[in-house]
Design a protein around this ligand. Structure first.
Ligand SMILES: Nc1nc2c(ncn2[C@@H]2O[C@H](COP(=O)(O)OP(=O)(O)OP(=O)(O)O)[C@@H](O)[C@H]2O)c(=O)[nH]1
Ligand SMILES: [Mg+2]
Length: 328
């Protein structure tokens, strides 16, 4: 049975809103990527070197990342040989199967969030300017609140004008408390306050916003260390997650950001935002495969429920939805 058929049976049977979110959020990538793959398989009569070369180019253009593309092409060549595939149209399903394999093979660490069973869980959100940190915190607070948890937010971006208000808007929208100080105050002091408040109000989860910082600005990176130290001192073992937010529309630059942040702080997971905003959604594979940090969530839009746990099969369905639906 083809992989498309299996995928169809597995995920399109139930009308699942999460699957639909992936399909919708990946529209730009699907139009571009699977459009090109469709065109490729229609133009070739047999699966030869030229075919693979063109496919390689398409994958690179989709931001899958050089190393990952090479790995994928090797796997594909082996599989095509093993199954003695002649017809290029049959390769399409194999491509999607290998994409899922490659993603899941990289899954060394769990993509589940490290939530404490008892007591407070503290999560720190870091990343460069404008990547979607504050929005991600808003969306996550909505998700946790719906799960019945008591959530609080810490307005640790005391630097950018309007940042505190932006977090407060999310707090009101979702219905969770925001702990803040005046603009310009020490973010470490805000964290200290927020932790005491979260403890005394018996919150389950504290989500800490931070100012956007360029990875090459030494002072701002030092400040991050201090913020983290204060959290560690107040709660042993915290922060339980340090989430690096990366903007999918920045492509390969996101990989560079991740490498630098990884050097100064223990990044435990990635949120890849704005996957809906790019036609190059292959970046999620590059991140997974080249950074070895789990992608815990992806942003598929600006709405409260547009943050979803990453799922390789739903992702591939989002890339090849039309072909999967047609599979028999
Ligand atoms: N389409 C889309 N837009 C998003 C997503 N996530 C965030 N955004 C938008 O990206 C913009 C920046 O988001 P913020 O949350 O303010 O980013 P930030 O990292 O907190 O920015 P700074 O605090 O300035 O460093 C906003 O307009 C968000 O609505 C997403 O998943 N999809
Ligand atoms: Mg922000």
């Amino acid at each position: 049975m083809s992989f498309f058929k299996k995928l169809k049976e597995k995920i399109t049977k139930s009308t699942d809103t999460v699957t639909e979110k992936f399909k919708e959020g990946l529209t730009k990538t699907r139009d571009s990527f699977s459009g090109k793959v469709n065109d490729l398989v229609a133009r070739y009569r047999k699966v030869d070197e030229d075919f693979f070369e063109e496919l390689e180019e398409i994958l690179i253009q989709a931001d899958v990342g050089f190393e990952t593309v090479m790995e994928l092409i090797d796997e594909l060549k082996m599989e095509v040989k093993r199954r003695n595939i002649q017809d290029p149209r049959e390769v399409q399903s194999v491509i999607s199967e290998k994409l899922v394999d490659i993603y899941n093979a990289g899954e060394e660490q769990s993509s589940q969030l490290n939530i404490q069973k008892d007591g407070l869980t503290v999560m720190l959100f870091v990343g460069v300017n404008g990547v979607g940190k504050t929005t991600t915190i808003g969306k996550l607070s909505y998700k946790f609140k719906n799960e019945g948890k008591k959530v609080m937010l810490a307005a640790g971006d005391t630097f950018r004008a309007g940042a505190i208000e932006q977090l407060e808007v999310w707090g009101e929208r979702v219905g969770v408390d925001v702990i803040k100080q005046a603009e310009g105050s020490d973010p470490a002091a805000v964290m200290f306050d927020a932790i005491s408040a979260a403890k005394s109000r018996q919150a389950d989860i504290l989500l800490c916003d931070t100012a956007g910082r360029l990875q090459n600005k030494v002072n701002l990176m030092k400040e991050l260390e201090k913020v983290k130290r204060v959290i560690e001192r107040e709660i042993p073992g915290a922060p339980h997650e340090v989430i690096l937010v990366l903007d999918a529309t920045t492509g390969q630059n996101a990989l560079i950001q991740a490498k630098t942040f990884k050097e100064v702080t223990n990044v435990s997971g990635i949120v890849l935002s704005k996957l809906d905003g790019t036609a190059k959604g292959g970046i999620v594979l590059a991140i997974r495969n080249e950074l070895k940090i789990p992608v815990k969530f992806v942003g598929l839009g600006e709405k409260m429920d547009d943050l979803q746990e990453f799922d390789a099969e739903r992702y591939v369905y989002g890339l090849f939805a039309d072909e999967v639906e047609k599979a028999e």
